[in-house]
Ligand binder design. Structure first.
Ligand code: TXA
Ligand code: MG
Length: 324
């Protein structure tokens, strides 16, 4: 299969209407999209991505009203958060109607709903009569793509078309939340919207979701090893790690401190001004660069545990080599 890249919305639409898979830009990361209401089209996503089918997909709708056609028993607090944060980098776990195939939710009675903000994908969805199921457009387990080129690098030959919308503005996947029967808000994955911002609008604390609770399937965001580069990445105190790997070729990923007194083959600072939004936007491209930089190990610094720093640390933590 020949993979082309372009900005042609009608071409993307034609492929999608034929039940094919198209990579689309979103403000978080690129998605690998297909008709969410057509199980045969959805199967093609799992094939292209080599993703296990027990892993459910987010359903992308053009607006909240449309999303309400596919969901039920939506709590009041969800409406309120949607009003404040959609379109945008947030995903809601809501009870699904039967029009959403079980394949999309991996058998769960809840569907993940997101309203992406990217203008090109918004314009595309305007022209479609169905919502788009889409995971991040990377090979399963690898770093999520934030440019059309990233998508091409991992899915060339496996999909027909990549809709090129430039670099993703947020650079981290969406924040995923769900609700219990008491209208508590549960966090399933930290992401592009800061927890503090959600709590401010909700007027209450967001609770951690229980792993292995009845709310199966688990989100892949909860799998320990994910978003992983091929070269071992270690997260922690840079001086200590540098000592430990002094005989190896090292790359550094830090927020703004270049650690100039230590020697590195490559140094990547995520934001010279220490801005966590900028750092989030640069994170995945930087991880890809470091992964190809010819070093033996990547040393990453922990971000401050506030705002988007929480989600960045989560991704770095999951990309790292876990000691048993
Ligand atoms: O920003 C994003 O969320 C991007 C863009 C493309 O929208 N999408 C994304 O999709 O990150 P993916 O598939 O890489 O991650 C979605 C996560 C997975 O961990 C999946 O298990 C979880 O959402 N998920 C999807 N549907 C679910 C469901 N019904 N119940 C529980 N978890 C679900
Ligand atoms: Mg993913």
């Amino acid at each position: 299969m020949q993979t082309s890249i372009g900005e042609n919305i009608s071409l993307a639409r034609t492929f999608l209407e034929k039940g094919e898979v198209v990579a689309v830009p979103t403000e978080t990361v690129y998605g690998l999209a297909a008709n969410a209401l057509d199980p045969e089209a959805v199967i093609r996503i799992f094939e292209a991505k080599q993703r296990p089918q027990f892993n459910p997909l987010i359903v992308h709708c053009k607006n909240w009203e449309t999303a309400m056609h596919y969901t039920e028993r939506v709590p009041e607090i969800a409406h309120r958060l949607a009003k404040a944060f959609t379109p945008g980098p947030i995903t809601f776990l809501l009870y699904k109607k039967s029009t959403i195939p079980d394949l999309v939710t991996a058998g769960s009675d809840k569907v993940a709903i997101r309203i992406p903000k990217h203008p090109l994908t918004q314009a595309l969805m305007e022209q479609l009569s169905f919502p788009l199921a889409a995971p991040s457009a990377n090979q399963f387990g690898y770093i999520s793509p934030t440019t059309a080129r990233h998508v091409y690098d991992s899915l060339n030959g496996k999909i027909s078309y990549i809709l090129d919308g430039g670099e993703s503005e947020i650079g981290l996947e969406s924040t995923i939340i769900g609700f219990d029967d008491e209208e508590n808000i549960l966090l399933y994955r930290s992401g592009g919207i800061a927890i503090e911002a959600l709590e401010e609008v909700a007027g209450k604390k967001i609770l951690p979701s229980q792993k292995n609770d009845e709310n199966k399937p688990q989100t892949a965001g909860q799998l320990a090893s994910h978003y992983a580069p091929g070269i071992p990445l270690y997260l922690g105190d840079i001086e200590t790690l540098h000592n430990r790997f002094s005989d190896k070729k090292m790359a550094l990923i830090s927020l703004d401190n270049p650690y100039s007194h230590l020697s590195f083959l490559h140094r990547y600072t995520l934001s010279a001004s220490g801005n966590l939004h900028e750092a989030a936007r640069n994170l995945f491209s930087t991880m890809r660069l470091a992964d190809r930089s010819g070093v033996d190990v990547i040393l990453a610094e922990k971000m401050p545990e506030v705002g988007l720093g929480i989600a960045i640390n989560d991704r770095l933590n999951r990309a790292q080599v876990i000691f048993k």
